[in-house]
Ligand binder design. Structure first.
Ligand SMILES: Nc1ncnc2c1ncn2[C@@H]1O[C@H](COP(=O)(O)OP(=O)(O)O)[C@@H](O)[C@H]1O
Ligand SMILES: [Mg+2]
Length: 302
């Protein structure tokens, strides 16, 4: 397939800028190695309108977080009429917002952990009582575990709220899910083998995600085949419930009894050499470069 001149969008202004630079540079290198006329483009340094003026025919979105993964960039690309990878405007915006994602899943009968919206005047002891301990506090629209706390005692809830509130006006407390953590990469209509994530740390936090060498990734996940298939089907339903397209990654956890709970969907997941989607792709014989090409093929506009 001849893609024409391709812009790899990377960097950006979000808290995940650094990760995006790693993702984007990996993608850029891989696309070039496959003979694609690919160029880096950092929206933090240049105006998006230049994409049109410079004759880019397609964009590979390797931005993470706000301004890149939240629908705003997607809207701009729609306006410019340039096909781009991944989910569209609405699905991107919904997926970056954990509260709206959870509401939609609940409306579709899909499982997600119980949560409470926090605010300055809420009764923190009442929230602690309702959700139990420990619990998770998170900004509704961040990624990479930024601003997130695992709260172990009711007394720590307010402090955790204040930390999360520095990152987002909307903060939630979520019931703690005590079982294994999994992630399901989606490519087109296909759910790749699930990856089971294990960390000796408090949870899969920023360090565990990008720097720790004691995070373990199990693929195959070790789940019985039937369970794996059921969870893969759940991932695809969760993806469709938000209207996601192209590719993405569904984060979920199981409780002690093996019941699943959806955490969130990443519509522009990490694409560094150590990232999870490339890892899942490798497990089905798809190289990093082939994965990049496949994602680019699925680019769309409207
Ligand atoms: N309700 C929960 N119970 C237990 N662990 C959780 C819960 N929510 C999040 N976590 C942990 O925090 C990590 C990040 O949470 P997630 O909702 O995926 O946000 P992010 O957008 O930062 O990746 C998860 O990968 C998991 O390890
Ligand atoms: Mg996550």
């Amino acid at each position: 397939m001849n893609f024409g001149k391709v812009a790899v969008l990377l960097g950006g202004k979000s808290a995940e800028r650094k990760i995006s630079l790693m993702s984007g540079n990996g993608v850029l290198k891989a696309l070039r190695a496959k003979g694609v006329d690919a160029h880096p483009f950092d929206p933090a340094q240049r105006e998006l309108a230049e994409l049109k003026r410079e004759g880019f025919a397609r964009c590979f979105v390797a931005l993470h977080g706000r301004g890149g993964e939240d629908g705003t960039l997607q809207g701009a690309l729609e306006y410019l009429g340039i096909p781009y990878t991944g989910s569209g405007v609405l699905a991107s915006a919904l997926a970056l917002d954990k509260v709206r994602s959870k509401r939609l899943w609940a409306a579709e009968g899909l499982p997600t952990a119980e949560h409470v919206l926090l605010h300055e005047k809420i009764s923190f002891p009442a929230v602690a009582k309702r959700l139990g301990m420990p619990l998770f506090v998170k900004p509704a629209s961040e990624g990479s575990s930024v601003g997130m706390t695992k709260v172990r005692a009711a007394g720590g809830l307010k402090k955790a709220y204040k930390l999360a509130a520095r990152h987002d006006a909307v903060v939630i407390a979520e019931k703690f899910i005590d079982g294994p953590e999994l992630t399901g990469a989606i490519l087109g209509e296909r759910v790749l083998p699930l990856i089971r994530i294990e960390t000796p740390r408090e949870f899969y936090d920023y360090q565990a995600k990008y720097f720790a060498d004691d995070t373990r990734y199990l693929i195959p996940s070790g789940l019985p085949k039937k369970k794996e298939n059921q969870l893969q089907a759940l991932c695809l339903k969760a993806f469709h419930a938000l209207g996601c397209q192209g590719w993405g990654r569904v984060d979920l956890m199981l409780d002690r009894r093996g019941r699943p709970y959806l955490l969130e969907i990443n519509t522009s997941p990490g694409m560094t050499g150590h990232s999870l989607v490339p890892m899942a792709a490798r497990a089905v014989g798809l190289s990093y470069a082939d994965l990049c090409i496949r994602i680019l093929e699925l680019a769309h506009v409207g």
